[in-house]
Design a protein around this ligand. Structure first.
Ligand SMILES: [Ca+2]
Length: 225
């Protein structure tokens, strides 16, 4: 079974990085209209684009639009067995949450089994977590996952590499695509597990209290009759 040389890819991204300074995820929504802040390493014959949408190759076409802002990114494989990857190093504080939206669109059919992944590595390029996996066996011929929202909470602070990858497998008629948008890094939750209700929560709480008060008044009226 072929295995991706992910550490080699990660090293290439590290070497290609213009800055190793601590920083949060930048341009996570691709609203610069390009790959600013990211390192794109296409497979031979592969590709990566930032665009206003992705339109599938085969008829009837499927349209994928950004989940945040006006742009999304999509990657495609090329040479058989080689991954096209997109990565970025970033720093987090303990308790921070990384979230993003991805879709896998199969542009081929079995027995070709194009696949995609989203993996997390630490600053020493040790594998941390697989955040998303898809392939043609899973979605079916020319199938898709649709947009999938993914979140990951970091228990400890540190530097991490977020790596997206997609590859073409064995001939076939096309190369499948991994779409990406809305990569965000949230701030730390309140310390000591303090729960602060969101505005919507406060409104619901207010409604509940008003309801209790109304019920109490109703009971009083009932009793007084
Ligand atoms: Ca966007």
């Amino acid at each position: 079974m072929r295995r991706p040389h992910l550490v080699a890819v990660a090293l290439a991204i590290l070497l290609a990085s213009t800055s190793s300074n601590a920083a949060p995820i930048t341009n996570g929504s691709f609203e610069t209209g390009d790959f600013t802040g990211w390192s794109l390493i296409p497979a031979p014959g592969g590709f990566g684009f930032v665009a206003g949408n992705y339109t599938s190759i085969f008829s009837p076409p499927l349209f994928f639009f950004p989940t945040h802002g006006s742009f999304l990114a999509y990657l495609g494989g090329g040479q058989e067995g080689e991954y096209t990857t997109l990565g970025q190093f970033f720093d987090v504080a303990a308790g921070e949450v990384l979230s993003f939206d991805v879709f896998f669109k199969a542009e081929d059919a079995n027995p070709a089994n194009d696949d995609a992944f989203v993996n997390l590595f630490d600053g020493s390029l040790n594998f941390v977590a697989n955040l998303f996996t898809a392939n043609i066996v899973g979605v079916g011929d020319f199938g898709t996952t649709g947009w999938v929202h993914v979140t990951h909470t970091f228990p400890t602070s540190g530097t991490f590499l977020l790596l997206f990858g997609v590859r073409n497998d064995g001939g076939g008629v096309g190369t499948s695509v991994l779409g990406i948008d809305n990569v965000q890094q949230s701030s730390s939750p309140p310390p000591n597990g303090t729960l602060i209700p969101e505005p919507g929560g406060i409104w619901l709480l207010a409604c509940a209290l008003l309801g209790v008060a109304a019920a109490a008044r109703s009971r009083r009226r009932f009793v007084s009759v």
